[in-house]
Design a protein around this ligand. Structure first.
Ligand SMILES: *Cc1c(COP(=O)(O)O)cnc(C)c1O
Length: 334
């Protein structure tokens, strides 16, 4: 099957599995796992941060960050369709007693700087204390440049807020922009990145930042049930991913662009956006039937409604792109 549903569907390659099998391990709750230490050091170094902590998922990473920055009754600002606001089951509010303040997002996923300035609360007993601004990059595959992010972060900094980057797919942005990852993340106090998306590891995220914030996040990770034992087996997959699978993201981007160009030729399909490894399409005949027809042709894609998101990743080849374009042509114009 060619699986276009997400870049989370990749299976560990034989080389990654070998790295996992060979991993040196110890009890990471005791701080004894050398492979976890290597992964944390490697990520901190690439992002120019003092420290990093390996966590189970992007959701846990963002929540540990929220709880490290904010206390009970504090507030964080995030875009109204940001993962940290909309897609994490309200964890900041439920588990952190932290009030979310959503702001509208501009077309490229940047929280509107004007709206950010409007919602920052003055020091007044009526209000939650605004503590943190969260950005997300990439957002639906879309990239904001370093200068573009600064339009929002400068407003937050001027008001004394801390800054967090939900960089679940930050490597897609870094590769697409051709910038140094440390420059990309320099403005942020904490940065979360996923190993389990475009980088192809089976699990895990890494949160990086200052020594103090990461020590605090480590405590919350334990409270949230994320203290794991001989987890160097997973960290080895993460190390393999950052050593081998970052530069090659450019191939996923090129394939997504080629898929977008091919699909745009098909009557009834309109490509509404393509950036990095994601293609969004409006399909005139979107339906559960279309989805099962494509499945019968060996393609897994969520096309029961429009717009549909199609994603490229490690397990989608050039030949697969040709097969996808041909199958969409046949399935939508029988
Ligand atoms: C996937 C994702 C997350 C959460 O990661 P999980 O590992 O699925 O919990 C957070 N933020 C963004 C932008 C994501 O795409």
């Amino acid at each position: 099957m060619i699986d276009l549903r997400s870049d989370t569907v990749t299976r560990p390659s034989p080389a990654m599995r070998k790295a996992m099998a060979d991993a040196e391990v110890g009890d990471d709750v005791f701080g004894d796992d050398p492979t976890v230490h290597r992964l944390e050091a490697a990520v901190a170094e690439r992002l120019g941060k003092e420290a990093a902590v390996f966590v189970t998922s992007g959701t846990q990473s963002n929540l540990c960050a929220l709880m490290a920055h904010c206390g009970r009754g504090d507030e964080y600002i995030a875009g109204d369709s940001a993962h940290t606001y909309r897609w994490e089951a309200g964890g900041g509010a439920v588990l952190g007693s932290i009030q979310p303040q959503p702001v509208r997002m501009l077309d490229d996923g940047l929280p509107d700087p004007v709206h950010i300035a409007e919602v920052i609360k003055p020091d007044d007993p009526h209000f939650a204390r605004t503590r943190l601004l969260c950005l997300e990059n990439t957002k639906d595959g879309m990239v904001q440049s370093i200068e573009r992010m600064a339009e929002a972060t400068s407003v937050g900094r001027a008001a004394g807020l801390n800054l967090h980057l939900d960089g679940a797919r930050m490597w897609n942005a870094v590769v697409s922009l051709g910038v140094d990852p440390a420059d990309f993340t320099a403005d942020f106090d904490t940065v979360s990145m996923c190993l389990s998306k475009g980088l192809g590891a089976p699990a895990g995220s890494v949160l990086s930042g200052s020594r103090d914030l990461i020590a605090e996040a480590r405590k919350w990770r334990k409270m949230l049930g994320g203290g794991l034992r001989q987890v160097g087996i997973l960290a080895a997959a993460g190390l393999h991913a950052i050593e081998n699978n970052i530069e090659r993201l450019a191939e996923d981007h090129a394939r997504a662009a080629r898929m977008a160009a091919g699909l745009a030729e098909i009557p009834g399909i309109t490509v509404t956006s393509q950036s990095t490894n994601m293609v969004f399409v409006d399909i005139k005949f979107a339906s559960p039937e279309l989805q099962s027809t494509l499945k019968g042709m060996g393609i897994l894609a969520r096309v029961s409604s429009s717009p549909a998101r199609l994603t490229t990743h490690l397990d989608v080849s050039d030949d697969d792109i040709d097969a996808v374009i041909a199958a969409f042509g046949r399935a939508t114009n029988p």
